[in-house]
Design a protein around this ligand. Sequence first.
Ligand code: ADP
Ligand code: MG
Length: 463
Amino acid sequence: MCLNGYLHSVRKAFGITLLNKTRTAPEIWEAALGELQVQVSRSNFRTWFERTTGLSREENTFVIGVPNTFVAEYLDRNQRSLIEKALAGLTSPEVQVEFRVNGRYHRACVDDGARFTSPSGNGSGSLNPRYVFDSFVEGTSNQLARSAALAVAREPGKTYNPLFIYGGVGLGKTHLLHAIGHMAEDRHMKVLCVSAEKFTNEYVTAIRDRKMEAFHQKYRSAGMLLVDDIQFINGKEQTEETFFHTFNELHNANQQIAITSDRPPRDFSSLAERLRSRFEWGLIVDIQSPEFETRMAILQKKAKEKQVSVPNDVLEFVARQELQNIRELEGSLNRVIALARLFHREPDVPLAAKALENLSGKSPVATAPASQLILNAVAECFELSPDRILSQQRDKETSEARRVAMYLVRQETGLPLAKIGQEMGGRDAAAVAKACQKVSADISSNRYLKRKITDILQNINKN
Ligand code: ADP
Ligand code: MG
């Protein structure tokens, strides 16, 4: 017999069950919380259990009121058996729990009309339209952050305030922040989304132009304030001070605040202690680097968004790279797609390998493999070495090959002129423009040149 079953029979033997029958659901839950408190960590308890209530008990079902769906889902998935064990001793061994989002919280959200304004004219405009929940791929590395963001977006000011999301570069912090903003805007909330840098600049300008009142008014009137990359204000005392007051005003008025950062509050070297402690009021969640499965899922989603069919083995090849960063991962996929387009062929693994071969270098150039290939093909056709094309030699043959190489790189990759100049032996944009013009003009009259260019393109496509 398990411990709880045993306790139950002991209680029953001593008539304690009878006593429990007269206990109300809130009282039973209070007692269960007392047990749970010693079984889970303090922070765990504070985050998940503190604002729960015992709502009702019928037969073997015990209903627990939770502040939001996020907590409901979390408790359901992760703490159900622990909770049922705690309740079994107080109710019946077969007790099953149900979580219900507290009606009170829902009503508060709907009734709070003062916080809502017409969407017209207040759209922040600063939200990236691509950064929505739908396009955010969930994985173990970002699950908690995503769920917390969703909870905050659904019930602003009611769940975690502030929500503090931290993690390394390119892991989706801004994406989640904007996703919160979009959802809130869809619900007609006035959202103000700024980078901490913008906040600082606006503050400095307001002081300079003596427009502090307008500055305060702007931030005070936000129904929801989203601040990206808060680490930027670390050590900027005046800005910290202003942010502190803005934070307090909004927080006191129950307006939702969400903040992103590249590090947790405790790692801020010089952030004023009181501001740091404010950040710790709500929920602090981190985003980790995605593991392989998430990287695959993200690539599949991105390929779909771009409406390009990329076979799974190619996506896997891209995902297998040890990239810690989703931005780079997306960049890799873009390279593969760009190269496939350039060669007019379906992406396959050898092509992906070619597209990504320069990636390990310090400063990968988006289309470096493409321009390299073009250069090689031109060199072969003109029977010159690539180095010679890149050199300063000005003989007729080399100059023509160089012009053709520039022209083809421009045509095929669309790189900016200055970039092409750089790659073609450090020439300036004007030289590239001139070369491209000359080749375009010559092609129509010079059949020999036209033939050569066609041959080169065919060679590239064979690769
Ligand atoms: P951060 O702000 O953490 O530096 P971003 O939010 O700018 O990172 O994300 C970088 C890129 O990666 C963006 O294009 C974003 O859409 C994409 N991205 C990050 N995480 C995800 C994810 N889980 N699902 C889909 N795209 C993601
Ligand atoms: Mg960012």
